[in-house]
Design a protein around this ligand. Structure first.
Ligand SMILES: [Zn+2]
Length: 289
């Protein structure tokens, strides 16, 4: 029995595109090659940006590509009680403070790092954000399976970060840490746009006495001038009519060298080949379209 539990955790702000397919395929193959489970979590915590139709479209697309998941789909929007409990623990430990600084006030400090203005407010205040109090020189070192050893001084590079927003929404950083632990996730394979979030998440895991999963960040797809491929830079949604070719292309980009003839097979055959031949070490550090 494998102890590997992986996950794919898209935010339903729009349909999946080529970049998100790479991440999905990489995490799926990594889990399946290890005889592990692969869970699907819809990260719809930010209700101002996410919508149910996009979530449904993502789910149908994964099905169409043969990227089947284990267990029930989990929705962050239905898990506020878990995040509330974690926030209460952090509050009890003196790890957070309540910040009422407005966006304008924060901008006027001309500092990308929070200045600590509200640090002397450990007790709940209405219309306030909860920030994690980061002691000076707090740094986190972790190993990433693609990018190697990474060290980040959270105090200098991030500062006291928000885990509960002034608009009453839990922030992504808290939700993802709580969910990964609650779902027993052992391996996180996700896009490199989240690489610089990892130190913050590990810090929260440490404060909440939660285990840290293994991390592997899949390089972002960039265009020829180095822009991240996204809806804004012209990334197109995945189509359903040539899923097999797109899967084959994703495996090729992931450095897995699938044979040419495989692209004309059904998705299931392509993925079966991928499980048998998966080499995580072959994933390149950058993709260029
Ligand atoms: Zn403040």
């Amino acid at each position: 029995m494998s102890t590997y539990i992986g996950r794919f955790a898209p935010s339903p702000t729009g349909p999946l595109h080529v970049g998100s397919l790479l991440t999905a395929v990489a995490s799926w193959c990594d889990a399946r090659a290890a005889h592990g489970q692969w869970l699907l979590r819809i990260e719809d915590i930010d209700t101002t940006r996410c919508h149910a139709e996009a979530a449904e479209h993502i789910i149908r697309t994964l099905e169409h590509y043969g990227l089947w998941w284990d267990d029930q789909i989990v929705y962050q929007s239905q898990r506020h009680h878990y995040y509330q409990d974690a926030l209460a623990v952090l509050q009890q430990q003196g790890d957070i403070f309540w910040c009422v600084c407005s966006r304008r006030e924060l901008a006027e400090t001309h500092s990308p790092i929070y200045t600590g203005h509200c640090r002397n407010h450990p007790h709940y205040r209405a219309n306030a954000a909860a920030r994690v109090l980061i002691p000076p020189n707090t740094s986190v070192t972790f190993h990433d399976a693609v990018f190697g050893e990474i060290r980040e001084n959270i105090a200098q590079e991030v500062g006291d970060f928000v885990i509960y927003r002034r608009d009453g929404l839990f922030a992504y950083q808290l939700a993802v840490v709580v969910d990964d632990a609650e779902q027993g996730i052992t391996h996180v394979v996700r896009g490199a746009d989240l690489l610089d979030n990892t130190a913050r998440q590990i810090y929260l895991q440490q404060r909440l006495l939660l285990p840290s999963p293994h991390y592997a960040h899949i390089p972002l797809v960039v265009n020829h001038i180095g822009e991240k491929l996204s809806k804004q830079t012209g990334a197109t949604a995945l189509t359903w009519d040539n899923a097999n070719v797109q899967l084959w292309q994703a495996l090729t980009q992931l450095g897995q060298c699938p044979p040419d003839t495989l692209q004309f097979e059904h998705c299931e055959q392509i993925l079966n080949w991928a499980i048998l031949h998966w080499q995580r070490d072959n994933i390149p550090k950058q993709f260029i379209l």
